[in-house]
Structure formats: C-alpha cells, structure tokens
Design a protein around this ligand. Structure first.
Ligand code: SF4
Length: 216
C-alpha cells in the first residue's frame, strides 16, 4: 500500500513528502503483519501425531479400568464402559490410584470401614490408598482436568456409593479415597453411567470459562 506522509518544510513554507520516513513506516507495518502471521502459525501449529482437535479438547481423568486397563484387584478390567461419545470431544487421562499408590495387580480386595481402608485379610492399606489419591490429584492438576469419570463402588474411585467394609457386598452411600480428594479440590465427579451428564456439564463449564476469559 502506498502511504504518503507529509512533513512541514520550514524553508519552503509548505508540506513535503519524506520518502525515507514513508518507507520506514511501510516496513514497520509489514513487520507487524509478519509477526501476527507467525504468532497465528505457532498457536495453530500441529504437534506431530496429535491432531489439533485433541490439543484444544478438555481433559478429564478416567478410572483406567473403565478403559480396558486390567488394573482391577482381580487382574481384570471393566471393559469399555460406553464412554465413546465422551471420547469424541474430550481427552482422557486414564488413571488407577491403587496401582499408583504402590499396590500390586492382582491384589486383595479392600473396603473402607471407620475411616480406614483394610484388605479382606485385615491389612491396613490406608497409606497406599491415600498416596494414590494424591497422585491422581497431582496428575489431574497437571493436565487441567475439571472433571473425572470414576468407577462406582470402588474404595478408591466410588463417587456416590462404596461397600460398607464387611465384605458382604452391602452398598452404602459414600466416596472412595481418591474421589473424596478430587472433589475436595474442585473436580466434578461422575460415575461410568453418567457420561451424558458429564458431556452436558463440560459444555456448560466450557462456555462459562470462555465468558470469564473474555471479561478479563
Ligand atoms: S482403583 Fe479405580 S481405576 Fe483402579 S481398578 Fe479400582 S476402580 Fe479401577
């Protein structure tokens, strides 16, 4: 674009065009344009092997056994728990707190009673469960997870129900150790049957966050 910058010529008593200044101004505008272009390229640049869609999707922590990982106490998984629709729009962080807490697979089943976690043979495994919970929270924070889909009734992951500690299969209302810590730290909990609720909540949450950042 041709730009004319008139300057006042004292000697002649009129405005003249300063070509040098004019060229400098054009260069400056061009540099700004190129800068913006580069910035745009960096923001949308693809990470090799990862689609752009994946990078910008919300991340949620998911009990690893719900994604086919064989980390359950009996060495099995809980199959693929119908989370496909959720997977289309979010990135999953598969996590097993009991394994991260240092327990082997397979392992004895455990239940919560009187604030402690004990295995069926009476071994106190509270420390391992608490370590796994802290690790889950650390990872969730690291990846910016705002929600978690957790296996119901597990002494680690149960978000609404757990077993009562008698190993008789009796369910009570309550939270597993990891679920309780995540919730205390503001992470929204859903169980494996609440994938649709989770989707709706994430949409609402995303809109709220967008509004907040545009107001800043
Ligand atoms: S601790 Fe959680 S993720 Fe690990 S096996 Fe139990 S329910 Fe699944």
């Amino acid at each position: 674009m041709h730009r004319e910058i008139p300057i006042w010529c004292k000697k002649e008593g009129l405005f003249r065009h300063d070509r040098k200044k004019e060229n400098e101004e054009i260069e400056k505008v061009n540099r700004q344009k190129i800068g913006k272009k580069q910035e745009k390229t960096i923001l949308t640049e693809k990470v090799p092997g990862v689609s752009e869609k994946v990078i910008h999707r919300p991340c949620i922590l998911v009990s690893a056994c719900l994604l086919g990982v064989m980390c359950r106490y009996d060495g099995k998984s809980n199959g693929l728990a119908g989370l496909e629709r959720l997977q289309e729009t979010t990135t999953f962080l598969p996590f097993c707190p009991e394994v991260y807490g240092g327990l082997p697979t397979p392992r004895e089943p455990s239940e919560i009673r009187d604030g402690k976690v004990c295995s069926k043979s009476g071994r106190d495994v509270t420390a391992q469960f608490e370590k796994g919970a802290r690790e889950a929270l650390r990872m969730a924070k690291l990846l910016g997870c705002s929600a978690a889909i957790l296996k119901e009734r597990s002494p680690s992951c149960g978000s609404h129900q757990i077993y009562d500690g008698t190993f008789q299969g009796k369910r009570i209302e309550g939270r597993g150790v990891t679920a309780a810590l995540l919730e205390k730290n503001g992470i929204r909990l859903f169980n494996e049957e609440q994938a649709e609720e989770c989707l709706a909540w994430l949409e609402k949450y995303g809109r709220r966050e967008e509004r907040r950042s545009s107001e800043k």
